[in-house]
Design a protein around this ligand. Structure first.
Ligand SMILES: [Zn+2]
Ligand SMILES: [Zn+2]
Length: 389
């Protein structure tokens, strides 16, 4: 009975629940009806009454595998076309590979730790360990323990929390620094070769932290063999360009950006009075895009504004959605509200913000990468403490 209901749910279409974003409503009111499905996918925010196709966790495993295969093939194809088109193909390929790695991290590895990708416990563990080994993510068993603590409202944003460790210890984003200095530190992290070398070494050591166990030794041996074979058959350059480059520097840049979209520091009184609502106060919905031009604009200003808006939507925001806002990363608030739910692949069905604008720099939802990260840095800058006690 349960199994048949589960299978049925894979092909079920439902209506999006009401409530939600005035920005998305404004986009829907001023853009063609035929574009709404695409804009819903692009923004990660649906419109009231829109048809929603129900998904299960394995859907994202298939998407990530397909993206990874296409990304590697496209970037390889770029080497065989000696023109600008070849360079464009290579860039497109490594971006798609990076998107796949992000989806493996957010939609597969992370949800395997919650045991919600498959119904089988062992399938979640096996896949989680495999993704950890292939993507240089932390050892799955260690990560699972640590991530469950991240979901405790008593641990979130303390010095034991994974978000705090990354933001403060790895990126050097400390409370009390001006927002400008925090932005400089983010940009230094993104563009600094030293940062990326330190980061990849830390990732490798976390992946193989169990070298004394059989699994850790198998991971290290498998990667050593792959690198050696690629070198011996003369394809190490392609291997490095099409797999190691996205797996290291570009993936790490997206990890920085995505992490800064996940949380912010709540107002100090909320920090002091930790309650079960604390996770809600430290998260919000993040959507790709911006509000459309004002309807009061006329003539050339109206045309110019719309051209700029569509250009930004189809470049900056599209890139943000594909490589940073992967899987259900747009609704980290929803994930913290129901961390063990198997319904996470349907994050776009539940569109309404979980809490209202609290007249604080970070509202219940933010739109666009810059506004989201800026809000996170503002909250760190004005907070008195991070880690918070
Ligand atoms: Zn979180
Ligand atoms: Zn989680």
């Amino acid at each position: 009975m349960i199994k048949s209901a589960h299978v049925l749910s894979q092909s079920l279409s439902v209506r999006v629940r009401t409530g939600g974003s005035s920005t998305r409503d404004a986009i829907a009111a001023t853009t063609p009806l035929v574009m709404q499905s695409f804009l819903t996918w692009l923004t990660a925010c649906p419109v009231d009454g829109e048809t929603h196709c129900e998904r299960v966790g394995s859907y994202y495993v298939r998407v990530a595998c397909t993206q990874l295969t296409c990304g590697i093939l496209l970037s390889l194809a770029g080497f065989y076309i000696s023109s600008f088109f070849g360079v464009a193909l290579y860039i497109l390929g490594i971006l798609l590979t990076t998107a796949a790695l992000g989806l493996f991290q957010v939609g597969v590895f992370h949800y395997c730790s919650h045991k919600t990708v498959f119904r089988s416990l062992s399938a979640n563990i096996v896949l989680g360990r495999l993704v950890s080994s292939l993507c240089f993510l932390p050892d799955f068993d260690h990560y699972q323990l640590k991530h469950m603590r991240h979901h405790s409202y008593k641990v979130l944003l303390t010095d034991e929390d994974e978000f705090t460790e990354f933001v403060v210890d790895r990126c050097g984003l400390r409370p009390g620094l001006s927002k400008g200095r925090l932005w400089v530190r983010v940009l230094l992290a993104i563009f600094s070769p030293c940062f990326h070398v330190r980061f990849i070494i830390a990732r490798l050591s976390l992946t193989t932290s169990n070298l004394q166990t059989k699994r850790g030794r198998v991971v290290a041996a498998a990667w050593s063999c792959a690198l050696m074979i690629a070198y011996l058959v003369g394809v190490f350059g392609y291997f490095a360009a099409c797999i190691l480059v996205p797996l290291s520097v570009i993936f790490q840049i997206t990890i920085i950006l995505r992490t800064l979209c996940e949380h912010h520091v709540p107002k100090d009184p909320e920090v002091c009075n930790r309650s079960k609502d604390f996770s809600n106060q430290a998260t919000r919905a993040v959507f790709a895009g911006t509000a459309p031009p004002l309807q009061t604009l006329q003539g050339i200003r109206k045309i110019f504004s719309w051209v700029i808006w569509w250009f930004c939507m189809l470049t900056v925001h599209l890139l943000f959605r594909i490589v940073v806002l992967v899987g259900d990363a747009a609704r980290h608030d929803l994930h913290h509200a129901r961390p063990g739910s198997r319904d996470w692949p349907n994050y776009m069905r539940d569109r309404y913000p979980l809490h209202q604008d609290r007249n604080y720099p970070v509202a219940a939802e933010t739109w666009g990468a810059f506004a989201t990260i800026d809000a996170c840095l503002t909250s760190i800058s004005i907070s008195k403490q991070l880690p918070v006690g």
